[in-house]
Design a protein around this ligand. Structure first.
Ligand SMILES: Cc1cc2nc3c(=O)[nH]c(=O)nc-3n(C[C@H](O)[C@H](O)[C@H](O)COP(=O)(O)OP(=O)(O)OC[C@H]3O[C@@H](n4cnc5c(N)ncnc54)[C@H](O)[C@@H]3O)c2cc1C
Length: 272
């Protein structure tokens, strides 16, 4: 459980972080809350030669009303989302989902940007952001670009981020205080979801996202289509596993996850 040797540099601003990562090449990695990266390093599944610490880049920690949407700084910690009055009013689903990430210690260290950039299909906030059709702002040496959540998650722990790009902001539409439900199934309260199902009313429709049902967080499009055609919650939920590729591991078999997805989607739909 001891990581391989690495160098450590601390960035004071987003621009400095991007310049430092460029200087140190592809083996360098950003360090945000360290809640996902450090365990990987301890297991030697990640062996970056340099860590660029983002901990002092304070101007990327905020939740702001940006008129027609909310803007969230990538370094905003889960705890700050969980206690945000603005989120409670304008995007209750993100606040509620943030409160279900890990335990208090994890939520005080982990950041929304780290959660998104890590690209773990078992994580909670990326599924909520997928359901909300969020936009991610990425900044690199050549400028910034925006990528929709639908195009961002590419594969297991793989995203649209280039090695020298920093995720700076997450933009979400205002979806109100209510009209959502997140069903997270786990053995202990602080664990990752064995399967999670999130349903949210967005722009007059119902969006459904799944956690841990494939290599990336997924939209349950077959469920959404069935609802659009007037299916009941029970009938629509039967489509929950269509297009998924659930893993089999120590926690659950593929068949069990398939069953869970249908049950959890039904519960989430009934709740909203
Ligand atoms: C015990 C435990 C329980 C947990 N339980 C849950 C859970 O139930 N649900 C859940 O969703 N998560 C859970 N997590 C993970 C937690 O949410 C992490 O906070 C999150 O996955 C990563 O955020 P971080 O800020 O710690 O990122 P880090 O670990 O610092 O970084 C993760 C990756 O993202 C990259 N990165 C970080 N920030 C940026 C950025 N701004 N731009 C570009 N790249 C960046 C890093 O280089 C690294 O590759 C748990 C973690 C632990 C240790």
């Amino acid at each position: 459980m001891i990581p391989a040797a690495f160098d450590y540099v601390r960035a004071g601003s987003a621009a400095e972080a991007i310049s430092l990562i460029g200087e140190h090449g592809e083996d360098a990695k950003f360090l945000a809350g360290g809640m996902s990266l450090l365990p990987l390093m301890k297991l030697r599944l990640a062996t970056p030669s340099v860590l660029v610490d983002l901990g002092r880049v304070r101007d990327l920690s905020y939740v702001r009303d940006a008129g027609d949407h909310l803007a969230i700084g990538a370094l905003t910690r889960h705890r700050d989302l969980e206690t945000s009055d603005l989120l409670a009013k304008e995007c209750g689903v993100l606040r509620a989902v943030a409160a279900q990430v890990g335990d208090n210690q994890v939520r005080h260290r982990g950041t929304i940007g780290g959660s998104v950039a890590h690209g773990d299909p078992a994580s909670d906030l990326p599924a909520a952001l997928l359901a909300l059709d969020a936009t991610f702002v990425l900044q690199g040496p050549g400028g910034s670009r925006s990528v929709g959540a639908n195009d961002f998650f590419k594969g297991f722990l793989e995203t649209a981020l280039a090695p020298d790009e920093l995720l700076t902001e997450i933009q979400v539409r205002k979806s109100g205080a209510a009209g959502f439900a997140y069903e997270k199934f786990n053995r202990r309260a602080q664990d990752w979801a064995i399967v999670g199902a999130l349903a949210a009313r967005v722009n007059g429709g119902t969006h459904v996202a799944l956690v841990n049902m494939g290599a990336i967080v997924l939209r349950a499009r077959a469920v959404e289509n069935a609802l659009e055609q007037g299916a009941s919650a029970t009938d629509a939920a039967r489509e929950a596993a269509v297009g998924t590729d659930p893993p089999s591991d120590l926690n659950a078999s593929t068949e069990y996850r398939t069953h869970l997805a249908q049950v959890l989607v039904r519960r989430a739909l009934e709740a909203i």
